[in-house]
Design a protein around this ligand. Structure first.
Ligand code: PPS
Length: 304
């Protein structure tokens, strides 16, 4: 997609469709629901790599790390296209003339790296059948929520989040796109017992990027020099990615993503929820959290 073509979208200021429609009890955009048969029947391949996350968990960051690994630290190669064109977002449908993730994925030569936010039970079965590798990244609930709230304000394809108070309620009840955060992180956590899934945490990546990138290298059976590894750490840091137009989503027209409301690369910090939650909201959230996360071995850090 050329930038000229994208600008056409900017001129076309009709409001985008933000209708939602459930699939199997999970809230999705209407366009995803309408395309569901095709998405469900997507044919994965054994050499596909899937980056799976709940929304706002650090997907784009992980995509950039993976791309830099696959291109052995060659920055120019990693700037060949926007994140969403390098790694098709499987279930996402963009307004024409932009490509839908599914169409891009089908056209893309192997080996492909793909992105999804689907909960584990909704992943197209071919990924399990083909034993494709999956990297899952999880981020603590409160920072995910705050990031999701600001993203919903600036992304004109998502439903209006209302006030933060209202969004906290919707998030706790799983009444947000891609469903319950709690079920998502737990479902993928359990799936790693039966499938090649590298389960990473945003907070660990922030605290010790070298260690987490090394885990990805091992999982992908790659070996890179110390020099390239350091280059990857630098070029995938928040400050550098924020300035990288191929990774910061600024090439999309403001009629889709309005960075003047809230930038895509917003804060990139564990613990930012503390600047948003009131004491009362926090207490209520924690109480509910304990119930929803009872019985799992999965734990999160809400600050580092
Ligand atoms: S999406 O739209 O669901 O794919 O969003 P996703 O990429 O998963 O998450 C966006 C949040 O990740 C932050 N981010 C980063 N944090 C640290 N380091 C790097 N390099 C980085 N890149 C992206 C981004 O700022 C969003 O988080 P918030 O808290 O809103 O800043």
């Amino acid at each position: 997609m050329s930038l000229e073509k994208m600008n056409y979208l900017q001129l076309n200021e009709e409001p985008l469709n933000t209708e939602t429609k459930e699939i199997n009890g999970i809230l999705m955009t209407k366009t995803i629901s309408d395309n569901w048969d095709k998405i469900w029947n997507f044919q994965a391949k054994p050499d596909d790599l899937l980056i799976a996350t709940y929304a706002k968990a650090g997907t784009t960051w992980t995509q950039e790390i993976v791309d830099m690994i696959q291109n052995e630290g060659d920055i120019k190669k990693c700037q060949r296209a926007n994140t969403f064109d390098r790694h098709p977002f499987l279930e996402w449908v963009l307004p024409p003339p932009l490509n839908s993730g599914l169409d891009l994925a089908i056209k893309m030569p192997s080996p492909r790296t793909l992105k999804t936010h689907l909960p584990v039970q909704m992943l197209p079965p071919s990924f399990w059948e083909q034993n494709s590798k999956i990297i899952y990244v999880a981020r603590n609930a409160k920072d995910s929520l705050v990031s999701y709230y600001h993203f919903s304000r600036m992304n004109k394809m998502l439903p209006d989040p209302g006030t933060l108070e209202e969004f906290i309620e919707e998030f706790m009840n799983g009444r947000v796109l891609w469903g319950s955060w709690y079920d998502h992180v737990k479902g993928w956590w359990d799936a790693k017992e039966k499938h090649p899934i590298l389960y990473l945490f945003y907070e660990d990546m922030k605290e010790d990027p070298k260690q987490e990138i090394q885990k990805i290298l091992k999982f992908l059976e790659k070996d890179l020099s110390e020099e390239i590894l350091n280059k990857i750490i630098y070029h995938t840091s928040f400050d550098i990615m924020k300035e990288n137009p191929m990774a910061n989503y600024t090439t999309l027209p403001s009629s889709i993503l309005d960075h003047s409301i809230s930038p895509f690369m917003r804060k990139g910090m564990p613990g930012d929820w503390k600047n948003h939650f009131t004491v009362a909201q926090n207490e209520k959230f924690d109480e509910d959290y304990k119930k929803k996360m009872a019985g799992t071995t999965l734990t999160f850090r809400t600050e580092i």
